[in-house]
Design a protein around this ligand. Structure first.
Ligand code: ADP
Ligand code: MG
Length: 248
């Protein structure tokens, strides 16, 4: 890929917390419609990469571009606003508002942040609930839903902002094994629809099946990246081999 064709482009990104350098020269390009998985040991910097991409964390040097937006140059929340609309993030902890129904949770941001008209937002929220197969749960409160159902509401909520990109950070890590699959199925359908996304995951089977590219991170570096078959079947770096040997 010609790097300038990328929708998301990180170039030589460095980031430290105090004296601890968490990202060491991260370069990554993701094109429109591509699904990239980031795998790697705990503490290797995966979440930090995602948080830098949507401007939640400032970087020390290097550059981050999303579409035409130069994230590393943004300083104020006001400057970041268009970026936050373009890039949604879904976390391990789904953080739905407990006193709002599934439908209301999905409707809040488009009305309050984007100022869209309620009737139009509601119709769209129903379509998104159908997409994550929760049409019958529109009026349920989060406490009445399983973890997997709540996470699917959180995904519908992210989609309601009509983002260009969604960043998924270990979204199945806190779920019961039997509900992991329904969430992964929902994500897989979005990828099939052409959503551009970066997924941090420990679900290696899912990464192999869904990702066009897999990046393995260790100690703040992308040690190795390539098509899933290459990373999983013939990893080149000993650190990738060691990691996969432990978890596969
Ligand atoms: P991963 O998602 O791969 O598990 P993270 O990106 O969350 O890794 O964290 C990478 C390293 O940076 C860890 O050692 C973590 O403790 C440290 N770290 C993350 N966030 C902060 C922070 N806000 N302040 C200080 N250290 C942090
Ligand atoms: Mg993490």
């Amino acid at each position: 890929m010609n790097r300038s064709d990328a929708l998301i482009e990180l170039d030589a990104v460095n980031k430290s917390f105090g004296s601890f350098q968490v990202l060491k020269g991260i370069s990554l390009a993701v094109k429109d419609g591509e699904a990239v998985c980031i795998i790697g040991p705990s503490g290797s910097g995966k979440s930090t990469i995602l948080r830098c991409i949507n401007g939640l964390l400032p970087i020390d040097s290097g550059s981050i571009r999303v579409g035409t937006q130069e994230v590393h140059k943004m300083k104020t929340e006001k400057e970041m606003r268009p970026l936050r609309h373009q890039v949604s993030m879904v976390f391990q902890q789904y953080n739905l508002f407990p006193h709002r129904t599934a439908l209301q949770n999905i409707m809040m941001a488009p009305i309050q942040v984007l100022g869209h008209e309620a009737g139009e937002v509601e119709a769209r929220a129903h379509r998104l609930l159908a997409k994550v197969r929760l049409s019958d749960k529109a009026d349920a409160y989060p406490g009445q839903l399983s973890g997997g159902q709540q996470q699917r509401v959180a995904i519908a909520r992210a989609l309601a902002m009509e983002p260009q990109v969604i960043l998924f950070d270990e979204v199945t890590a806190a779920l019961d094994p039997e509900t992991v699959k329904e969430v992964l199925t929902a994500i897989r359908e979005l990828v099939d629809d052409g959503l551009t996304c970066i997924l941090v995951t420990h679900e290696m089977k899912f990464a192999r099946e869904v990702a066009e590219r897999v990046c393995f991170t260790d100690h703040g570096r992308i040690v190795e990246s390539g098509p899933p078959a290459q990373i999983f079947d013939s990893p080149q770096d000993p650190r990738t081999r060691e990691f996969l040997g432990k978890i596969l």
